[in-house]
Design a binder for this molecule. Structure first.
Ligand code: HEC
Ligand code: HEC
Ligand code: HEC
Ligand code: HEC
Ligand code: HEC
Length: 228
């Protein structure tokens, strides 16, 4: 049935159609990349190799050392900060001295050279984030960092994008009383098995108010709260 003209037309339609499809794919591809990349995809899953094979799973999970033992500044300061070598030496002065990874800690200590940990979570300089505000409001580390106590190597779990900050700031969070350590774990540890372990070990912490009573200042949506 088909004439030469018909075939030519089919070919023409195919060719033009093909080009249009390719252009559409390219533009949506580039568009999506530009739209999503800087906000949603940035660095989720980022887990750089650290100079010492320090494991949160071992120390915070199995040994149940509190996050605040090493990152206590999170309660008081903008930055949670990485503990200095001295904190590791509290135990490693005696524990596993022959382990080659632990030797690196002892070297750092005796040579007075800080360990050069690689930063995992990093906001751009034009954004201001304060840990203390969030910790005092009773937000758990795990809401923003995932299950750190299960990680051999720290991995970024959340996008840390503006949309991510605002999603939580828009929520009504009924945080009225200052949490205690046991509330913190009850709320934070979704893993039932781990919670039971913590709960049974909770007596030593019982009643400690790890944050002061404080007044809610509110979750701001104002540009100037985060950009100034
Ligand atoms: C014995 C000390 C110690 C304890 C306990 C500890 N940490 Fe850490 N933490 C470190 C060290 C050292 C690093 C830097 C090396 C690394 O990233 O693994 C770190 C890194 C981190 C980072 C990544 C920092 C960055 O560069 O962005 C987060 C988040 C973090 N810890 C959260 C926690 C949480 C949550 C807990 C409790 C479940 C916890 N830590 C318990 C020592 C500790
Ligand atoms: C509301 C979200 C949120 C909560 C809650 C939170 N963090 Fe963070 N954390 C962040 C963000 C965002 C960054 C990156 C900050 C930056 O680059 O200025 C960060 C960075 C860090 C860092 C590396 C930089 C620094 O500040 O020293 C550590 C360590 C850390 N967090 C530990 C913790 C611990 C431990 C807790 C719980 C006690 C916690 N964080 C609770 C969002 C959070
Ligand atoms: C409260 C005590 C305590 C503190 C503080 C502590 N550790 Fe440990 N760490 C231990 C114990 C206990 C072990 C041994 C666990 C075992 O034998 O199974 C260990 C083991 C290790 C190991 C060897 C792991 C392995 O699989 O061989 C490394 C590396 C290590 N710690 C690094 C660190 C670093 C870095 C710091 C400081 C940021 C630190 N530790 C702080 C108690 C501690
Ligand atoms: C899981 C929830 C949650 C996330 C995620 C979160 N915030 Fe907040 N933020 C809060 C709450 C709750 C408060 C209010 C604290 C209070 O009322 O005491 C707050 C307060 C603040 C304030 C103080 C408000 C003011 O007016 O001074 C700033 C600034 C802020 N957050 C910045 C950030 C930034 C930047 C991010 C993202 C990197 C972020 N927050 C992510 C829950 C969150
Ligand atoms: C709760 C904290 C918060 C508030 C409120 C906030 N921002 Fe942001 N903003 C951020 C964070 C975090 C980033 C960094 C995002 C990233 O790294 O991808 C950002 C990035 C940006 C950027 C860089 C472009 C981009 O999307 O990467 C612009 C522009 C910006 N914000 C404008 C605003 C304006 C305008 C307002 C007020 C309507 C505002 N922000 C309110 C947290 C906030």
């Amino acid at each position: 049935m088909s004439s030469t003209l018909g075939k030519k037309l089919d070919f023409y339609v195919l060719k033009v159609g093909g080009i249009v499809v390719v252009i559409l794919l390219l533009t949506t591809g580039i568009g999506l990349y530009l739209f999503l990349y800087p906000k949603e995809v940035t660095d989720v899953g980022y887990a750089p190799k650290q100079p010492i094979a320090y494991s949160h799973k071992l120390h915070a999970g199995d040994l149940q050392i509190s996050c605040f033992y090493c990152h206590g500044n999170a309660e008081k300061l903008a930055a949670a900060t990485i503990p200095p070598t001295q904190v590791c030496m509290n135990c490693h002065l005696v524990v596993q001295r022959e382990n080659p990874e632990v030797k690196k800690i002892i070297d750092s200590y005796t040579q007075n050279k800080p360990i050069e940990w690689v930063r995992v979570h990093k906001l751009p300089d034009y954004v201001h984030f304060k840990h203390n505000v969030h910790i005092k409001a009773g937000i758990s580390c795990f809401d923003c960092h995932g299950k750190i106590y299960e990680m051999e190597v720290v991995r970024q779990e959340k996008p840390l994008s503006m949309g991510w900050c605002l999603d939580c700031h828009r929520k009504e969070t009924p945080l009225t009383k200052s949490p205690r350590v046991e509330d913190f774990f009850e709320k934070a540890v979704q893993d039932k098995h781990l919670y039971e372990k913590f709960k049974n070990n909770m007596k030593q912490y019982k009643g400690i108010h790890w944050v002061e009573e404080h007044e809610r200042i509110g979750c701001s949506l104002d540009c100037s709260a985060c950009h100034y």
